[in-house]
Design a protein around this ligand. Sequence first.
Ligand SMILES: [Zn+2]
Ligand SMILES: [Zn+2]
Length: 256
Amino acid sequence: MIALKKYKYETHMHTSQGSDCSSTSGAKMVERLYELGYAGCFITDHFFGGNTAVRGELAKLPWELRVRLFCQGYDDAKRRGDELGLKVFFGLEFGWRATEFLTYGIDMNFLISHPEIDNMPIQYFADLVHENGGFVVHAHPFREADYIDTIRLYPHRVDGVEIYNCNNRDEYNIRAKQYAESYGLPATGGSDSHHRWCHPNGGVYVDEKFETPFDYLAAMKDKSLTIAERDHSTDYDPGESAWANCVRPSLELLKE
Ligand SMILES: [Zn+2]
Ligand SMILES: [Zn+2]
């Protein structure tokens, strides 16, 4: 039994306002993390090249409006997190041809100022994020699924590798770990959670609180974090309400 470090952070999670595959609002996701004892989290909704909730008619809107809609999951999570005393950081999951980089240390203004990132090949996106002070983690690099046509690796462009994704089969995680080790890349883990009723309790444990996203990067680099493995023992049956009243991005909310 490993002695657990003091603070737990979720590094990879989705909200229904940002991600089409999520059923739970930012606020409700954060409430669940609070119940589960987390100190904080990074909201990493699927950006426009992935399974974004800014879709259909909304995808035809001007860039800045689309970005503001995309950020509603984070905004909602941050508001609730502030009330509860749970730290919420901004992030996103950038997808390009189903290769995905978790992106941290940038904000909504970065997205608004860079419309060229729409459909940008992922290696150039990583370069742009670095030029602007952010960092990227390769999410589930060895996942195999119908939506993934090939495995692309960018060992010299990523700041870290997600070697433990709670939504991955163990064999994919083991390969990710071998990959990170073979290049000496910093390693981390996350839940990739999408719903409040099946939160797998993943993420990382650390001894010092994260004051900024860069504290997370530092913990990855100096190997001071412990990766939390999946634990579905706190799951519950959501009943028929699972996808009912699912909160999606709202133009009305932008007018307020
Ligand atoms: Zn998803
Ligand atoms: Zn994800």
